[in-house]
Design a protein around this ligand. Structure first.
Ligand code: KIV
Length: 303
């Protein structure tokens, strides 16, 4: 994606986020705002709100598709969601999650999946979870010319092997391992790293060792930016909310009451009113009546 100011009827021109502008934000200590989006309207909201980055997270498995974890979402499902998000975005940098099972097997698998995401969705970068073998996968994808965002700490795709959905790095040894994963991802060439559910003190201790932007979610205030799940921050999702979630709205309640009001009005025949229907020229209505009056009324099919 090339940098350049965009103008819109809604407000002053806003520059596109680029990999260079993200690095500059980190250098200048300017916080980076990131949010997830999963479809065209949520992408349009993120665009209008002026966030810097948008993640098509595999959290879609839970927030949009109703699964109990992120594991079941498929590449094809993520591709469809990411393509819709692309159509709603112009300025934020767009990152798409590679889903569980689509990159871990080999460097070849990782590169092929990342290429599919770039070609079919137009995302700017992909995100993969964990250190360990994912560091090699990240290096291979980057060598193929595709920017990669890393993700350490609570990695939901492998929650079963890290003790469930709980904070990571709570002992000094665990925190050192986390630091090693993050620096290995940085050395592999990741342009940014997500820190999820990590004690604030651990994040603060690791930050001086990282030169790439770190985007936190439940990792305290010392990261270069924050990310939240769209449905969590807007109060749309009805499932469990982690302690790091701050709700900025309670849209689910508003949505339920709006749909209930609509159903009530349908049942009471208050909706639709004349202004919700289409008119017909008076003379055409008269002609129609004449034609129908002159014809034999249709008989019931089985009469
Ligand atoms: O899938 C997702 O939404 C994520 C964020 C929580 C970082 O990975």
């Amino acid at each position: 994606m090339s940098a350049g100011p965009l103008s819109s009827a809604a407000g002053p021109a806003r520059a596109r986020t680029t990999f260079a502008s993200l690095a500059a934000m980190k250098a200048q200590g300017e916080p980076i705002a990131m949010v997830t989006a999963y479809d065209y309207p949520s992408a349009q909201v993120a665009e209008a709100a002026g966030v810097d980055m948008v993640l098509v997270g595999d959290s879609a498995a839970m927030t949009v598709l109703g699964h109990e974890s992120t594991v079941p979402v498929t590449v094809d499902e993520m591709l469809m969601l990411a393509a819709a998000v692309r159509r709603g975005l112009s300025t934020p940098l767009m990152v798409a999650d590679l889903p569980f099972g689509s990159y871990e097997g080999s460097d070849e698998q990782a590169v092929a999946t990342a290429q599919r995401f770039l070609k079919t969705t137009g995302c700017d970068a992909v995100k993969i979870e964990r250190g360990g073998s994912s560091v090699d996968r990240a290096r291979a994808i980057i060598a193929a010319g595709i920017p990669v965002m890393g993700h350490v700490g609570l990695t939901p795709q492998t929650a079963a092997t890290i003790g469930g959905y709980r904070a990571q790095g709570r002992t000094a040894e665990e925190a050192v391992a986390l630091c090693e994963s993050a620096t290995a991802l940085q050395d592999a060439g990741c342009f940014a790293i997500v820190f999820e559910a990590i004690p604030s003190a651990v994040t603060a201790a690791i930050m001086p060792r990282l030169t790439v932007p770190v985007i936190g979610i439940g990792a305290g205030p010392s990261t270069d930016g924050q990310v939240l799940v769209f449905h969590d921050l807007l109060g749309i999702y009805d499932g469990h909310a982690a302690r790091f979630v701050k709700r900025y709205a309670n849209l689910r309640a508003e949505m339920v009451s709006a749909v209930a009001a609509y159903a009530d009005e349908v049942r009471s025949r208050e909706y639709p009113q004349p202004e919700h229907g289409y008119g017909m020229p008076v003379e055409e209505a008269a002609r129609l009546r004449a034609i129908l009056d002159a014809s034999t009324p249709p008989r019931a099919k089985w009469a």
